[in-house]
Ligand binder design. Structure first.
Ligand SMILES: Nc1ncnc2c1ncn2[C@@H]1O[C@H](COP(=O)(O)OP(=O)(O)O)[C@@H](O)[C@H]1O
Ligand SMILES: [Mg+2]
Length: 371
């Protein structure tokens, strides 16, 4: 028997999405093709310590009743090390002044969302260690996380998006008049967003000038840099799951759609994670074939323009007058088996197990360097 590829599953983390990440890790561990892959569990506790988790424990991570899985702080701290012969990496547990349970792995599969997972930081650490990893590299991850850099990249690449302005903390405090003029030129309503956010945290829909200052102060709690956009009204919110092309053009799934139950509502934190009935996810969604082709092409070009690798979800607005606008790219989209990304691929003929295999194969095929 040829040796199985050893996959380091990295999950948990210090963010508010710790529990979701643990649940995702359990789902991936149960679905992964164990004939081909061996699992090495590497958790990050809510306090930020790295710990080892056995493959069997990994498979046990799931929702029990209303309880989401979490890593507790009782495990001893682990560290990552370079691989033995300059290939892959190793995880080891610290026992006093010794390292024990040293486990090599060939490829890292990170199941973390947001800062320190999706933003290029952990990708940079993998590069320094010399370990292959699933998904986008350093620059694409960092640019995808930052709505300001993302929008500038897309607009420079000729991809359609809504009008926006970027306001730094310095501009808001020292150049208030000029900032207000730039914002006013967008017209109302507007969306005020932290540039490097996620999960709709810190985002406010602002209908009048009177509400602006409060929305700015709120968003600045998450990031001193803000992106303020014109509100796209009456549009459909459509998402495509994209996979790297493995030598060809990026592969694009069937479209999915988020339908808000009440008019004027948007896909905020509450609708994403708290309430069961604010939003309906349609997988796949109905769309005129011509429009679908045009939108799928925008999704593929967005993936390429951003330099994304492996996987990404591209979120679009389809306006009533037929425009396709890019809202954002997510380089580490939700990845539980019921999340939009895996569900769209399942509807498009690649099931969860095959999807995980595809992503690991892509990581192993990727040439070295140029991140
Ligand atoms: N310019 C806009 N016009 C209309 N709705 C918007 C706009 N920007 C964001 N939204 C709504 O807010 C939600 C969250 O915004 P988004 O930029 O996707 O933030 P996040 O990165 O946190 O998901 C979107 O899914 C959409 O429902
Ligand atoms: Mg979004």
């Amino acid at each position: 028997m040829t040796q199985r590829t050893r996959v380091g599953i990295i999950f948990g983390g210090t963010s508010s999405e710790h529990d979701v990440s643990c649940m995702t890790a359990g789902g991936v561990a149960r679905a992964i093709d164990t004939d081909r892959f061996e699992l090495i569990g590497i958790g990050i506790t809510p306090a930020g310590r790295w710990v080892q988790v056995d493959a069997d424990e990994l498979r046990e991570l799931h929702k029990q009743g209303d309880e989401l899985p979490r890593l507790d702080e009782s495990r001893p701290t682990a560290v990552l090390l370079p691989g033995a012969d300059g290939a892959g990496a190793r995880v080891a547990t610290i026992d006093g002044d010794r390292l024990v349970d040293v486990r090599p792995f060939d490829v890292a599969f990170t199941l973390l969302h947001g800062p320190f997972g999706e933003d290029g930081t952990i990708q940079g650490m993998f590069e320094m260690l010399g370990v292959t990893y699933v998904g986008s590299g350093v620059a694409a991850s960092a640019n995808g996380m930052d709505k300001d850099l993302m929008k500038r990249t897309l607009s420079a690449s000729g991809l359609p998006g809504c009008r926006f302005v970027t306001i730094t903390a310095r501009q808001w405090s020292q150049e208030r008049e000029a900032s207000l003029e730039r914002i006013a030129a967008l017209g109302y309503p507007i969306f005020v967003k932290p540039a490097r956010g996620g999960s709709s945290m810190g985002i406010t829909k602002v209908d009048t000038l009177e509400e602006l200052e409060q929305a700015v102060l709120f968003a600045q709690k998450f990031d001193p840099k803000l992106v303020i956009e014109e509100g796209v009204l009456g549009a459909r919110e459509v998402e495509f799951a994209v996979l790297g092309g493995r030598g060809g053009a990026p592969r694009v799934s069937l479209p999915g759609e988020i339908v808000m139950r009440s008019d004027g509502a948007f896909y905020d934190f509450e609708a994403k994670y708290v309430s069961d009935d604010d939003a309906i996810l349609k997988v796949p969604t109905e769309m005129d074939p011509g429009l679908r082709e045009r939108a799928a092409d925008v999704a593929a070009r967005t993936f390429e323009a951003m330099g994304a690798e492996g996987l990404a979800r591209v979120d679009l607005f389809l306006t009533a007058d037929g425009q396709v606008l890019v809202n954002e790219i997510n380089t580490m989209p939700g990845f539980t088996h019921i999340s939009m990304f895996p569900s769209l691929w399942a509807a498009s003929g690649i099931d969860y197990t095959a999807l995980i295999t595809d992503l690991i194969e892509q990581a192993l095929e990727r040439p070295v360097g140029l991140r």
